[in-house]
Ligand binder design. Sequence first.
Ligand SMILES: Cc1cc2nc3c(=O)[nH]c(=O)nc-3n(C[C@H](O)[C@H](O)[C@H](O)COP(=O)(O)OP(=O)(O)OC[C@H]3O[C@@H](n4cnc5c(N)ncnc54)[C@H](O)[C@@H]3O)c2cc1C
Length: 464
Amino acid sequence: MLNKSTVILGAGFTGLSAGYLLSKKGYNVTIIEQLPHPGGIGSEIVDRGNRYEMGAHLFHCPDKEIMEEIKALVGQELIKINRTIKINFNGKYYDFPLKLHEILINLPFTVVTKAVFSFILYKAKSIFSKNKNKNSEDVLINSYGRVLYEIFFKSYIEHVWGILPNQFSPKFAQQRIPNFNILEIFSKIKKYIYFKIIENKPVDIENYTEKVEGDLYSTREGFSGIAKIIANKILDNGGIIIYNSRVEKIELGEDNKIHSIDYLKKNIRNRIKLDGLISTIPISNMVKMVKPKIKNPIIIQSLDKIKYRSLVFVGFIVKGKKKLPADLTYYRNLSFNRLTDLTSIGINQKLENTKTIIAEITCDIFDEVWQNDSLAKKLVFDDIEKEDLFEIKNITHSHVFRLKHAYPIYLKGFDKSLDYIHQYLNSIPNVITAGRQGNFQYINSHIAIRYGYNAANKIIKYYN
Ligand SMILES: Cc1cc2nc3c(=O)[nH]c(=O)nc-3n(C[C@H](O)[C@H](O)[C@H](O)COP(=O)(O)OP(=O)(O)OC[C@H]3O[C@@H](n4cnc5c(N)ncnc54)[C@H](O)[C@@H]3O)c2cc1C
């Protein structure tokens, strides 16, 4: 069966780990990637010798097997990182995750009283009510009360996502919004229980909820260093990675199996025949590439419900001793919603006394900032100066780069649409979709790696 050829679409963490496992087991594997480098969302962007990454990336992994594998693969290059996070709220910086009591003592007494009553009222209601949460607003109000919801979540979510919480599926709030540390003791108990559970149980990848717990890792080359090492291992194992190549067509035969894919490289169309396909590119894009075209109206409508929030990154190098309040700092009322100091989370600096900073602007691809580099820089630099974070005259280099499929938007009813799409794909025996884009799921890189391994094992099972 080793003569079977697998094509993998995308060289992000999912595609790389699937390619690594298949090539290690002796299977023919070819990865097609539109970017000039491996890593996908976790990759490196170089401009005139200056290195940037797509925001704050650190490897954390409660999945013991994956952690051991990464340690063995990356070896000495893997370094432990301690990072600090703060959130700016009404002009003050607070530790993150937020400690509710710290914020409450800074609010007017009347607001606090109302907040406490509202919290108790909705908690009691949610215990006795059998009504299910219909959207993310319901989840947040039932968890925190209406007053805290209005103060902390409503406008923030609209600022970052461009949509009010009542437009989101309940799953969005359940997966994305971290719990407040109402009492430290409670949080410690939760942590203890959580680690007890994961020692005995594998991480549930289908119902994954973002949690950053345990040790954090990167490399001196930054997070993308991990992706580069895995990519090199695939090449050592005889696998092929074709960069700068955009997949455009997926040929479905009359036997309802995928036979080949077409990709464009330097405007030249190429075709690869295959026995099995693992797709890690955005699921809706992938299904739209299948020829002959899908005619089922339910699938066509479902594809339109799969939407993403995009990110514009402004990376800059700043000289001097001035530091950000934390390694990762979140803002609610500025053009960017997060600043990351890449220098303090691992990446080696070319010049001494400089820092590499990344500002993240969440947006829609129809917003002007998505198209316009000068506007993105102006917005970020004006806010940086207004907040007295750095002086613009000390910025020695800056570069704007983008991520179209940054965050899946869990609109109300998205899960049903996704189910229809998966049902269609499951009817084709030699294709597997996996990963953050392939499953339209908020996941971190260790889950992407687990998905990649699962996809590789599934395709091997199909061959045998
Ligand atoms: C801002 C941000 C910060 C994050 N921070 C962390 C963190 O600290 N720790 C952590 O573990 N995770 C983090 N994550 C999540 C992590 O980056 C992802 O879970 C992981 O990288 C997903 O890998 P993937 O391979 O599934 O998807 P991707 O990385 O998106 O890979 C898909 C690949 O497919 C390629 N592709 C798409 N279309 C085509 C086409 N038509 N032809 C050819 N190639 C194509 C893309 O270029 C891409 O390389 C973060 C995510 C974001 C957005």
